[in-house]
Design a protein around this ligand. Structure first.
Ligand SMILES: C[S@@+](CC[C@H](N)C(=O)[O-])C[C@H]1O[C@@H](n2cnc3c(N)ncnc32)[C@H](O)[C@@H]1O
Length: 235
């Protein structure tokens, strides 16, 4: 696979977090006197992807985009759409995508708490929710995007045999994910260990954890009931 020389793309100063108001849905804000990522109803996919088709893979909270860019290069026939709340990160990742002449990847400046009305139901093969912000302090828990409502949206967008991939290095966040999935009841989850993790490309945060020996969990969620073995690819 082609390797990317990331040194060609100087990284600007990017804060760890965006303006706190962006972590809450636009409709909750009465006073909108701030810059908020556009809440989109529909896309012309031909403006995002060379083949004009909708995305099959979603990278939710893609950060600095290593996973998204390298997945797109590895699977040139598959469109991958990323969502990221920090505008500088979005601009930088799209710069790399354009610089590498990758036509099947794009990142949107978007806050995922606004749902995904522009993605058709039962259209997505895989959703990646990899190393979400931990929001460790109790008073920040309300900024966590992983809610039953988000799971409903993931469920709606995924094909019947679609899969939701989750990774986290924060045990409290892992516990939060399990609780929300169990209460939502639309998915079953399984913890996965290598070599059964069928994703070869690593994210920025995954590489960081590996370099520092920080443990993390990997989970795959299937729409309930889980498809029988051998029928996972059925659409
Ligand atoms: C810890 S980083 C992980 C990035 C990447 N997935 C990885 O594994 O390297 C979490 C990312 O989710 C983004 N994020 C957090 N809340 C978001 C939201 N409501 N909408 C979109 N992106 C969000 C953050 O800005 C950050 O880039």
């Amino acid at each position: 696979m082609k390797t990317i020389d990331y040194t060609k793309y100087p990284v600007p100063r990017i804060r760890h977090h965006a303006n706190p108001v962006l972590y809450f849905p636009l409709k909750q804000h009465k006073n909108r006197n701030f810059s908020y990522p556009p809440v989109v109803e529909k896309f012309e996919w031909s403006e995002l992807f060379a083949d004009g088709k909708p995305p099959s893979l979603l990278d939710v909270g893609c950060g600095m985009g290593k996973f998204l860019i390298e997945t797109a290069i590895h699977q040139p026939e598959t469109n991958i759409l990323g969502f990221e709340i920090r505008v500088n990160a979005v601009e930088w990742v799209n710069k790399v995508i354009n610089g590498e002449k990758t036509r099947n990847a794009k990142v949107l400046w978007y806050s995922i708490v606004n749902e995904f009305p522009f993605i058709e139901s039962s259209s997505v093969e895989k959703i990646f929710y990899l190393f979400p912000d931990p929001w460790i302090k109790k008073r920040h828990h309300k900024r966590r995007a992983f809610t039953s409502g988000l799971l409903d949206e993931f469920h709606r967008m995924l094909l019947p045999a679609g899969k939701l991939y989750i990774m986290t290095d924060v045990p409290d966040v892992d516990e939060h994910h399990c609780k929300v999935i169990e209460e939502n009841k639309k998915f079953v989850y399984e913890y996965i260990k290598d070599p059964d993790w069928d994703v070869n490309i690593k994210t920025n945060q995954e590489e960081f954890c590996l370099s520092k020996n920080i443990p993390f969990t990997k989970m795959i969620c299937y729409k309930f009931p889980k498809p029988e073995p051998g029928k996972e690819r059925q659409k």
